[in-house]
Design a protein. Structure first.
Length: 173
């Protein structure tokens, strides 16, 4: 669910890179959502007393959902291609019959190691590229829940967290 929400938060962000997990989990949750919408449509239609009403309602729910997730789907696909070192224009292959198999192969490939022209490798924390040493906690070091605070950006750290989720800095107590 985390990766699905991550892709939705980046609703129309076509720059950067997306990990395989972000792309594939987004796709899996889309399929599950479509199945759930179809079931809801048919159940509501059967409660109304007509299978035609159920089919119509399921179709309407499906179409609304498809329109709502079109841009995030396109964006996560482009970012996934960027992660493998390819331009987002490769997505136009999906318009050619049977050429989508090439895209499927690209989506299954592992990330380019290290940074590429589209950004940093999302699998590696940001501070690893900067060559910075692990940061030391300074100032107030605890959040209201007892966890530490990031010295770089001030975001609360989870209990026992090794990295700040806000800026990616390495946190050492």
């Amino acid at each position: 669910m985390h990766w699905y929400l991550t892709a939705l938060r980046k609703y129309a962000v076509f720059s950067g890179r997306a990990r395989r997990s972000e792309y594939w989990y987004f796709g899996i949750f889309n399929v599950l959502a479509i199945i759930a919408l179809a079931i809801v449509g048919f159940v509501l239609g059967s409660l109304a007393g007509s299978t035609d009403t159920g089919e119509n309602l399921a179709t309407i729910l499906y179409e609304i959902y498809i329109v709502a997730v079109f841009l995030p789907s396109l964006a996560v696909s482009v970012r996934r291609l960027h992660d493998t070192g390819r331009s987002g224009w490769w997505i136009l292959l999906s318009l050619v019959p049977f050429a989508g198999i090439v895209l499927l192969i690209f989506y299954c490939l592992d990330s380019d190691p290290g940074p590429n022209r589209y950004g940093q490798n999302p699998k590696i924390p940001i501070f690893a590229y900067a060559g910075s040493a692990p940061m030391q906690m300074q100032g107030p070091t605890s959040a209201p829940n007892g966890a530490g605070l990031c010295a770089r950006c001030g975001a609360p750290l989870g209990m026992g967290a090794a990295f700040c989720t806000g800026c990616g800095a390495h946190a050492t107590p």
